[in-house]
Design a protein around this ligand. Structure first.
Ligand SMILES: Nc1nc2c(c(=O)[nH]1)N[C@H]1C(S)=C(S)[C@@H](COP(=O)(O)OP(=O)(O)OC[C@H]3O[C@@H](n4cnc5c(=O)[nH]c(N)nc54)[C@H](O)[C@@H]3O)O[C@H]1N2
Ligand SMILES: Nc1nc2c(c(=O)[nH]1)N[C@H]1C(S)=C(S)[C@@H](COP(=O)(O)OP(=O)(O)OC[C@H]3O[C@@H](n4cnc5c(=O)[nH]c(N)nc54)[C@H](O)[C@@H]3O)O[C@H]1N2
Ligand SMILES: [Mo]
Length: 576
């Protein structure tokens, strides 16, 4: 997130996964860690077992909330109120780290002034979280030295996502929970190697190593190194690109993404794609987006190629080819190299190690890392500027990287679309343990399909009762952008007035419903809040094997394999 980039360096965990077990206070906000990051959640469980205090701030009840000392079950999209109220308590009760603030930060006064209005009592009105719980959390966080913040999409996938990140950073800075073990500001990253992709410059703003394209010194360095002219203008971000599909953008090269499943307001995107001239899809499977493809380039999957992946704690690790790619599939870099050559470039890389060496040459953060070194020593955490440096377990030891940590005052801005009489519910979307994002991979194997064969929406019993909806009923879900059919899962996991659905299912795409407004800084879409309504359908065909998501995990096992129905295969699924 940009907030982290400007405040603390780059968007990655400041501290390491292995330090979590030694933390004494864990503040998990907007992260369903047990389902989305099970290995990291194991470290959290370890800490709690050891006696650490866990507080979870999440509009839903998730597994972690069952082991938390406190669950702040806030109204979706109101995190600024919660976080500013925590800051208010820390400032008014003088629990901040005066020494750290004086020597390592700037701008504290502006934040102290802004949060004055955010009293816990006023915050209770907006968030629904009792004032005393906000106070208790703020006091515990401020007065525990080994106190870490862990956050994910519940924080970032909002039109005010960057503001949320700033509000968290303000808490870290005022308490000085930075620069030592088991604390910090820890965004848990998403896809395998999304960190590495960002590090490598797969963004419209940065060259490798978070060096801005519009910084003249950076540009001069790369022009000299690569021997080409470079455009100093930042490109369009994903959200902006999707909005100009068919108008400003006439050609698409989609690699490792199923935009027709994962982008917001996807019906609008489909309209745009009808107006483009050419779409290339480079993927390991025929996904939904393949419907629009003129050319499909078959890629090898992670187990069929060599390279490195970087994880959330900035650790660059080797991945090795275990099996040969099937058919005509080839490693992504080989396909790209051939395309570059056809376009006239004289690329001649022999293997991924050579590509990596070129990538780190001009990027000081990674300059000391190489495939050969990882082979000898194991994974290495950046920053690592030279081959004799060991790498960095946690950032900001002995002083903030940018010199002074910058406080940024932020005020609450409501989510773009709130409930009204026509669409009286708030819809939020996300993922589950059993499926992986666009589910091109998880819906091809049977285990996940047994557990979660079809799409569903979680609905509070009161909201269901009013609408005459029973558990397992087929319902229609509507928003201003579209509608779909899925099963109702009646559950107190969600707050009254809120509904939740996973976005994994091609035949009931949550993204037909979501709002495509993006965060002002990053463009990240507001997947977590939009206004919706649910209706029971008059026709009620028998469910495929409705078992819901959450409770099924600890419920009875799947039974004998041949007694269970297969996962439904969507119309567009090639049934590979
Ligand atoms: N099994 C599995 N694991 C995955 C993935 C997968 O698809 N399946 N995807 C991977 C990817 S790409 C990513 S980015 C990560 C994402 O990992 P997470 O961010 O943990 O996953 P989400 O389900 O999107 O949502 C996180 C939590 O935010 C909460 N939330 C929603 N709105 C708000 C809000 O307004 N405020 C607060 N405080 N919380 C809110 C939700 O209730 C949910 O518990 O997971 C990765 N891991
Ligand atoms: N409603 C809603 N929508 C969301 C989200 C949400 O919380 N709610 N979360 C958003 C987030 S955080 C993310 S990260 C996106 C994820 O959305 P996507 O990136 O679209 O989904 P993935 O399933 O991660 O992968 C996309 C494609 O990559 C292919 N693939 C896998 N490995 C390789 C490979 O090695 N090479 C190539 N070329 N292709 C490969 C897969 O087959 C798949 O077709 O969804 C976003 N969309
Ligand atoms: Mo993600």
């Amino acid at each position: 997130m940009a907030g982290l980039v400007t405040t603390f360096g780059a968007g990655a965990m400041t501290n390491s996964i292995g330090e979590i077990r030694d933390a004494d206070f864990l503040f998990v906000i907007g992260s369903n860690t047990t389902e989305a990051h099970p290995i990291i959640a194991m470290e959290m469980k370890r800490a709690v077992k050891r006696g650490a205090t866990l507080v979870v701030a999440d509009p839903r009840s998730i597994w972690l909330t069952s082991m938390a000392e406190r669950h702040l079950k806030l109204r979706p999209g109101t995190d600024i109120w919660l976080l500013n109220a925590m800051a208010n308590v820390i400032v008014t009760e003088e629990l901040y780290d005066e020494d750290f603030v004086a020597h390592n930060t700037e701008g504290f006064e502006a934040v102290a002034e802004t949060v004055r209005a955010y009293t816990p009592e006023a915050a209770e009105q907006v968030t629904g979280v009792p004032a005393e719980e906000i106070r208790a959390t703020a006091r515990q966080y401020a007065t525990t030295r080994k106190a870490g913040i862990y956050y994910t999409l519940g924080i970032t996938e909002h039109s005010h996502g960057t503001d949320n990140v700033y509000a968290l950073a303000n808490l870290v800075l005022m308490t000085g929970h930075l620069g030592h073990a088991s604390c910090g500001m820890n965004p848990l990253r998403g896809q395998n190697n999304v960190q590495g992709a960002n590090d490598a410059g797969a963004t419209p703003v940065f060259l490798p190593g978070y060096q801005r394209v519009d910084d003249p010194a950076v540009l001069a360095k790369y022009q000299a190194s690569w021997g080409v002219e470079l455009d100093p203008t930042p490109g369009l971000n994903l959200n902006e690109m999707m909005k100009v599909a068919g108008t400003q953008l006439k050609g698409f090269f989609v690699m490792g993404e199923d935009i027709l499943l994962s982008e917001p307001n996807v019906a609008h995107l489909e309209e745009g794609l009808n107006g483009i001239e050419f779409l290339v899809l480079q993927d390991i499977f025929l996904n939904e987006t393949a419907r629009f493809a003129d050319v499909i380039l078959p890629a090898a999957c992670f187990a069929e190629k060599d390279g490195v992946f970087t994880n959330s704690e900035r650790r660059v690790q080797r991945v090795r080819k275990g099996v040969e790619p099937p058919g005509e599939a080839r490693a992504d870099w080989e396909i790209l190299q051939d395309l570059a050559r056809l376009c006239g470039a004289d690329w001649d890389y022999g293997d991924p190690a050579e590509i990596y060496a070129e990538m780190v040459k001009d990027a000081p953060k990674f300059a000391g890392i190489s495939h050969a070194r990882i082979e000898r020593e194991g994974g290495i955490q950046w920053p690592c500027a030279s081959p004799d440096e060991p790498g960095t377990t946690f950032l900001h030891e002995g002083g903030i990287l940018r010199g002074k940590g910058l406080f940024t005052p932020v005020d609450y801005r409501p989510s773009m679309e709130l409930e009204d009489s026509e669409y009286p519910l708030l819809l939020s979307t996300g993922r589950t343990l059993y499926h992986y994002n666009s589910a091109t991979q998880t819906r091809r194997e049977q285990g996940a399909g047994f557990k979660q064969p079809e799409a569903y929406v979680e609905l509070h019993p009161k909201d269901a009762g009013r609408r005459g909806i029973a558990d397992g009923d087929l319902v229609e879900l509507l928003t201003r952008r579209g509608n779909l059919r899925c099963r109702a899962l009646i559950s107190r996991q969600v707050r009254r007035g809120c509904i939740w659905m996973p976005f994994h299912f091609a035949e009931a795409r949550a993204n037909l419903l979501t709002n495509d407004v993006g965060d002002a800084v990053t463009g990240t879409a507001e997947y977590k809040v939009c206004a919706a309504e649910v209706k029971r359908l008059s026709e009620q065909p028998a469910p495929v094997a409705f078992r819901g998501s959450y409770y099924a995990v600890e419920g009875p096992g799947p039974g004998k394999v041949d007694e269970l129905p297969m996962a439904p295969v969507s119309a567009a699924d090639p049934g590979d």
